[in-house]
Every structure is written in structure tokens, then in C-alpha cells.
Design a protein around this ligand. Structure first.
Ligand code: GUN
Ligand code: ZN
Length: 439
């Protein structure tokens, strides 16, 4: 058993429904077999367990590992294509790179870049858009399993309007998806998700084949994009006989409590009601929404309909892996909406980046650091003298500390990450490591 000593910040109670930030300064977590067994003030825990080793994480803050509910594996090398709306960006930036995933050697290198990017940003669980090619998806799962990150992913499928080499017919999509699910679903920390890219690029027949995979693979997830950009939405309305965007997924049997739809910047009220009724979640990707000029996310409307929301980095269209940056941008977006915005406290931001994501991905053992939960955690330890270090040294309480973390923190401040109590190897190695005190 190991005692982790530090300042722990988490949101076991949802701040959108009256919960508050839990901030325990100089506390201890006793971890055995990857699970948090006890949680108490450090001195008390140490008295109870004088012989256990102690990992000293004082001098920063410890947060639950982040849960990224929408991120594209093949896009890690094309982050930063600014200045274009969605459909132009897809054509010029994202899809040419996605076509390169046909080369397994290339895809394997991208998988290494991608998983390192996730873990280095403190993300321990993610719902990942895989690739349009099954061997590339294998490469992603293989690398995620090697590093230890919890990845839910699958074959991305489309059968119209994209460049021809990215298209897969319904029968092939079904066979490849089932084969991938057999290899990876429920194996270690990996799970399978069906991933029609978006209704614009998927016929009803292809959506039906995705639903058939979903029915065949117990507890698989479903994910796609929705209502991101006005031109995209108008095209979907034309292609789908005037059905709303959300209705296209619903009509195919793809909408349920294990469905996560990304963006939803421009939903109608009827679509929000349908999402709430289905218990589906929305992945809010605020830097992507800003970078592509997609719009300001109507969080208050989602909340008023009872639609579950969590954060996603999107990555290619976004600006990197850090959910700290996504949290800050989510806060900015709500500020810019004025009276239509939902004011976000630091506790809301942490919840959106951790426990809300865990709920959206149906990962009940992660998202907070309560007794009984898996020790999926990150230690943020800013460089001495950096603005965040100075800020953390001058805080009145945990809420203020967390505000500074979201305002100033970056992936460079993430010094160590654990999944199920196992420390993740964050390559390249960072200097100045943990102090382990023998019991
Ligand atoms: N819609 C369809 N594909 C994509 C994608 O790769 N990124 C974003 N942001 N939206 C999409
Ligand atoms: Zn996306």
C-alpha cells in the first residue's frame, strides 16, 4: 500500500446541482491495488499506517485525471490549422492527414504522439475518434494499452462526400468494427465505440450498420458530431429529408445513455429535448468552437433541458490536449454570452473536465478521488517562481487555487500522472521527480 500526500481538489458532488469543490490541504490517500482505500488528514493517516511508503506530492495540487470526451487520434500532427470554418478545415487540414493513416507505419508513429499528448496533459481517460482504417485503430489501442491510459475508441466510418479513400460501405464497416471490438472491447482498459464521422458523411444504411454493431457489442459506446456549423447543418437537413441533425442519429437507433455527441453549438429546443430524453451526453469543445468560428456553446440551454455536458479537446480543430485550456475557454465562452451564458466557477470547470466526463463515458470508478475510486490522478507542480507557483503560494482557499490552475496551468505543469495507482511514463522524461519516503 502507498500513501499519497498532498493537496487534493475534486468534485464528488456535481456543482451544477448544488455540490461544491472538495479541497483537502495536506491530506493523505491510502492506495492499495490501484484503489483508494482511505482518505484522511495526512498526519492522521500516517499515524494509522506508520509503515507504508509515502509519495510526497506537497508543493502543488493533485487533481483527478482528466476525462477527455472528444479527441481525434489522427489529428495530433495537424493542430493549429487556424482561419477556416469547419468544412474547409476538414478538406484542407484534417482529411488529408486522416488519409495518411492508411500507412500503418505512419499511423503507429501518430499513435505514440497522440497517447503521449493525452497523458502528458493529465488526461487518463478518453473517448477517442479512431481512424478510417482498422490497422491504424489497432495501433492506437496497442499504444494506449502500453502506456496505460483508458481509451474508448473504434473505427471511424463514412460512406459519402469525403475523399474516396476514406469511404467504407455498411457491410465492410460492420465486419471491421466487429473484428476490432472482439480484439479490444473490455480488454484491459480499452473499450469499443461505434463512430459514424457525422451524419453529413454517412448514409442511413451506414448508420444502421453502426447501430447493428452497437447492438452486438455489449456496453459499447457511440459517438459522432452534431450541430457544429451552420453550413454543415443545412447540408445535413438537405441530405436527411428535413430531419433534424439529432433525429438522424435517433432514427438510426444510435441515441442512448452511452452516446456522446460532440459540439452541439446550434441545437433546436426539440433536439435538446430529444438528447435529454435519450440520456445522451454532449462533448463541449470550446477551443475548437472558437478556432473554427463555430460559435458560443449554449450551455444554459443544455442545462435547462437536463442534457449532460462534459469537455472535449477535439485536438485537430482545437488547440492542444489540455483540459485546463478547454476549461478556461469554456469559462470565456459563457462570459461572452452575457445574459445567455452560464457563469462557471472553478468547481464547475473541474467537474466538466473530470467527474462529468466520467459520467458521460460511463466510467463510475474514476472522476474523483473518493474512497473506493480508482487512483487516476495528476500532480500539478509548477516550476518554482512561475506565475502559477507564485499564485498557488498566495491563495486563501482551494477555490482560489483552482481558479489559478485553470487561468495559468498548462500541460507543462503536469509532473506526474497515475492510472489505477500505476504511474504513467510521461516521455520524454522530466527532471526533478517524486520523493518516496520509506516507511
Ligand atoms: N465533423 C466531422 N469531422 C470532424 C472533425 O474531424 N472535427 C470537427 N471539429 N468536426 C468534425
Ligand atoms: Zn471532432
Amino acid at each position: 500500500m502507498t500513501i499519497f500526500r498532498g493537496t487534493f481538489l475534486d468534485t464528488p458532488e456535481d456543482p451544477f446541482t448544488g455540490g461544491t469543490l472538495r479541497a483537502d490541504v495536506d491530506a493523505g490517500l491510502l492506495v492499495e491495488d490501484g484503489v483508494i482505500r482511505e482518505r484522511a488528514p495526512y498526519a492522521e493517516l500516517r499515524r494509522r499506517h506508520p509503515a507504508e511508503e509515502v509519495v510526497d506530492l506537497t508543493g502543488g495540487v493533485v487533481l483527478p485525471g482528466f476525462v477527455d470526451t472528444h479527441v481525434h487520434f489522427p489529428q495530433v500532427r495537424v493542430i493549429g490549422g487556424l482561419g477556416m470554418p469547419l468544412l474547409d478545415w476538414l478538406e484542407r487540414c484534417a482529411l488529408p492527414e486522416e488519409a495518411r493513416m492508411a500507412d500503418l507505419g505512419y499511423a503507429t508513429g501518430v499513435a505514440a504522439d497522440f497517447v503521449r499528448g493525452l497523458a502528458s496533459a493529465g488526461t487518463t481517460s478518453a473517448l477517442v475518434f479512431g481512424a478510417h482504417y482498422a490497422p491504424a485503430v489497432d495501433a492506437l489501442f496497442t499504444e494506449a494499452a502500453r502506456v496505460g491510459v483508458r481509451v474508448t475508441s473504434g473505427l471511424v466510418v463514412s460512406d459519402r462526400l469525403l475523399r474516396p479513400e476514406l469511404l467504407t460501405g455498411p457491410a465492410q464497416a460492420y465486419d471491421d468494427s466487429i473484428a476490432l471490438a472482439k480484439r479490444w472491447h473490455g480488454v484491459g482498459r480499452s473499450r469499443y465505440a461505434v463512430i459514424p464521422r457525422f451524419a453529413l458523411s454517412c448514409t442511413d444504411g451506414l448508420l444502421a450498420s453502426c447501430a447493428a454493431v452497437l447492438a452486438e457489442v455489449p456496453d459499447a459506446l457511440a459517438t459522432s458530431h452534431v450541430n457544429e456549423n451552420p453550413r454543415e447543418i443545412a447540408t445535413v437537413a438537405e441530405l436527411c429529408d428535413g430531419r433534424s441533425y439529432v433525429e438522424t442519429y435517433w432514427a438510426s437507433g444510435l441515441l442512448g445513455p452511452r452516446t456522446v455527441l460532440a459540439h452541439n453549438v446550434h441545437p433546436t429546443d426539440a433536439e435538446l429535448a430529444l438528447l435529454a430524453d435519450a440520456g445522451s451526453a454532449v462533448a463541449h469543445c470550446p477551443t475548437s468552437n472558437a478556432a473554427l468560428g463555430s460559435g458560443l456553446f449554449p450551455l444554459a440551454r443544455h442545462l435547462s433541458y437536463g442534457v449532460r455536458v462534459a469537455l472535449g479537446s477535439d485536438v485537430g480543430a482545437g488547440t492542444g490536449f489540455s483540459l485546463l485550456k478547454e476549461g478556461l475557454q469554456a469559462y470565456f465562452a459563457q462570459q461572452l454570452l452575457g445574459p445567455d451564458g452560464h457563469p462557471l466557477s472553478p468547481a464547475h470547470l473541474l467537474h466538466l473536465a473530470t467527474s462529468a466526463g466520467a459520467a458521460a463515458l460511463d466510467l463510475p470508478d474514476v472522476g474523483d478521488l473518493s474512497v473506493g475510486q480508482s487512483f487516476d490522478a495528476q500532480w500539478l507542480r509548477p516550476a518554482p517562481g512561475s506565475p502559477l507557483d507564485v499564485g498557488l503560494a498566495h491563495t486563501a482557499d482551494g477555490e482560489e487555487a483552482l481558479a489559478r490552475v485553470f487561468a495559468l496551468g498548462t500541460a507543462a505543469d503536469v509532473r506526474a500522472v497515475w492510472v489505477s495507482g500505476e504511474q504513467v511514463d510521461l516521455a520524454p522524461p522530466r527532471p526533478g521527480d517524486l520523493e518516496v519516503v520509506a516507511g
